[in-house]
Design a protein around this ligand. Structure first.
Ligand code: TYD
Length: 221
C-alpha cells in the first residue's frame, strides 16, 4: 500500500463523521455542525448511514426494518458495507472532489462498534470489507459522542421509534459503548471523544471548537 492511499478526502473538501451509541444526540449535532459550517460560507453536505444515496437508503430499509429478524453477523457487516460503498461512490467522493465539506451521521466506525464489538464479528472481516469498499477513504475527523448506554438508550426509547438495534439487550449496548471508546483511544489523531451528557448547546459548542481547531477555521460567528 502506498503512503498516498491513506490520504483522507480527495479534493479540497473535508470529511467529518459523528459516531456514538444510541441517544447520544448525533443526528441533532450533525445538523447543528452542518448549519454552523454553512454559516461560515463553506459548502456543506449533511448525510447519514445506513443510507445517504438511493441505493444505500434501500439497504437501510432492510437493515433497520423488522422483515428479517437476524442475519449471520458477517452477512450483516457486508450489508452495511454494501450500503456504505454505494454512499461513498454516489455521494461522498463526488462531494469531496467538488470541495464540499461532508458531515456524516455514522460511518465505518459504527460497523466496527455494532457488528464487531457488539455482535462479535471478527475485526479481520471489518478490515477486509473496509479495504474493498472504501479504497483508502477515511474521515479527516471523527467526533465520538460518549454517553453511558443506560442513559442514551433511555433517550432513544423515549422517542418511541426504536429500531432493530435499539431493541437489543443492555449487554450488547455496553459492548458497543466500550467499542466506540476503544476506537477513539486507538486513533487519537483522527478521533475526538466528547461528553454527550452535556446540554445540546454545550455539546454543539465543544464540537465547533474541535472542528475549528482541527481545520484552523476562524473563531468568529
Ligand atoms: P438510526 O435510526 O440512524 O439511529 P441513530 O440515531 O442511532 O443513528 O439507526 C441506525 C442504526 O443502525 C443504529 O441503531 C446503529 C445501527 N448501525 C449499525 O449497527 N452498523 C452500522 O454500520 C451503522 C451505520 C449503523
Amino acid at each position: 500500500m502506498t503512503a498516498g492511499k491513506k490520504i483522507a478526502s480527495p479534493g479540497n473538501g473535508r470529511f467529518i463523521t459523528l459516531e456514538g451509541g444510541e441517544g447520544a444526540g448525533k443526528s441533532t449535532q450533525a445538523r447543528l455542525l452542518a448549519a454552523a459550517l454553512a454559516a461560515e460560507g463553506l459548502p456543506v453536505l449533511p448525510t447519514r448511514e445506513p443510507g445517504g444515496s438511493p441505493g444505500a437508503e434501500a439497504v437501510r430499509g432492510l437493515l433497520l426494518g423488522d422483515a428479517v429478524a437476524k442475519w449471520d453477523g458477517v452477512a450483516e457487516c457486508m450489508l452495511h458495507f454494501a450500503a456504505r460503498r454505494e454512499h461513498v461512490v454516489a455521494t461522498i467522493r463526488p462531494a469531496l472532489a467538488a470541495g464540499t465539506w461532508v458531515v456524516c451521521d455514522r460511518f465505518a466506525d459504527s460497523t466496527l462498534a455494532y457488528q464487531c464489538f457488539g455482535q462479535g464479528v471478527a475485526r479481520s472481516v471489518w478490515d477486509r470489507l473496509a479495504e474493498v469498499a472504501l479504497e483508502g477513504l477515511r474521515p479527516d475527523l471523527t467526533l465520538v459522542l460518549d454517553i453511558a448506554p443506560e442513559h442514551g438508550l433511555g433517550r432513544a426509547i423515549a422517542r418511541g421509534d426504536a429500531n432493530r438495534y435499539e431493541r437489543l439487550d443492555s449487554d450488547f449496548h455496553a459492548r458497543v459503548h466500550a467499542g466506540f471508546r476503544a476506537i477513539a483511544a486507538a486513533e487519537p489523531e483522527r478521533c475526538v471523544l466528547l461528553d454527550a451528557t452535556d446540554t445540546e448547546a454545550g455539546v454543539a459548542a465543544a464540537i465547533l471548537r474541535t472542528v475549528r481547531a482541527r481545520f484552523a477555521l476562524g473563531s468568529a460567528g
